[in-house]
Design a binder for this molecule. Structure first.
Ligand SMILES: N[C@@H](CCC(=O)N[C@@H](CS)C(=O)NCC(=O)O)C(=O)O
Length: 220
């Protein structure tokens, strides 16, 4: 029995990671959603829980864990089935390697595209966006080749690597698919045209039972 409470914002990739993991693990939780536009995550009660005012944060009785990767690791230790960080040293190493390679290279260029596009400034920041797309394209090509060879990022089984990468990639695709981003000829979206292996992998993630419950509500 647990008493999890998840603090989150709709459309936040780190929050989406946790919501997907909760579904994979079959865990219930109380959902406390903040409206980012109103800055609700900076309310005094939440700042006592996470003084930085960032989400996600997961509370369970007196325990609070912040930082999405830390929360994934915490949940996996608390609820080992199905394992998200592997069962052998080799698997754990491969999964963390995938996560950290992604986290050290892709979030910056992804943000350089998503921020201006979601703020309606795609044309204004066209050069920055094109440069970020040029950085991402070879990385996505490598990821695509990998996912042509294996069903999931760290082998034949869904792992924390898939759960960590899927939300930011989907946020990128959402931005790159907007008309004003398409006008910049980024050659990133749709996935099916540019990165068929990633597209098939995303369909596997979307088949996770409970996927819809974790999907950002304001994207529906
Ligand atoms: N490295 C953190 C990133 C957390 C983060 O940046 N969260 C954003 C949402 S994506 C946030 O809290 N934004 C609201 C704010 O900064 O007030 C993690 O993985 O959990």
């Amino acid at each position: 029995m647990n008493g999890y409470e998840l603090f989150w914002i709709s459309g936040s990739p780190p929050c989406w990671r946790i919501m997907l993991a909760m579904e994979v693990k079959g865990l219930d939780y109380v959902s406390t959603r903040f409206d980012n536009a109103k800055g609700e995550q900076k309310n005094p009660e939440f700042l006592k829980i996470n003084p930085s005012g960032h989400v996600p944060a997961l509370r369970n009785a007196d325990t609070v864990v912040c930082e999405s990767l830390a929360i994934l690791a915490y949940l996996d230790a608390a609820h080992p089935e199905p394992p998200l960080f592997g069962e052998t040293a080799d698997e754990t190493g491969a999964i963390w390697q995938q996560i950290l390679q992604f986290d050290s290279a892709m979030p910056g260029p992804i943000r350089a595209i998503t921020r201006p596009v979601f703020r309606g400034r795609a044309a204004e920041q066209a050069d920055t966006i094109r440069e970020a797309a040029d950085t991402l394209r070879p990385q996505l090509t490598a990821l695509n080749a990998q996912l042509e060879a294996t069903a999931y990022l760290a082998g034949d089984t869904l792992s924390a690597a898939d759960i960590a990468l899927y939300p930011p990639l989907m946020q990128l695709m959402r931005a790159a698919g907007r008309d004003d981003a398409q006008a910049l000829d980024l050659n990133l979206s749709p996935l099916t045209d540019h990165f068929a292996g990633i597209a098939r992998w995303s369909e596997r993630i979307e088949a996770i039972p409970g996927y819809d419950r974790a999907y950002p509500p304001h994207w529906k």
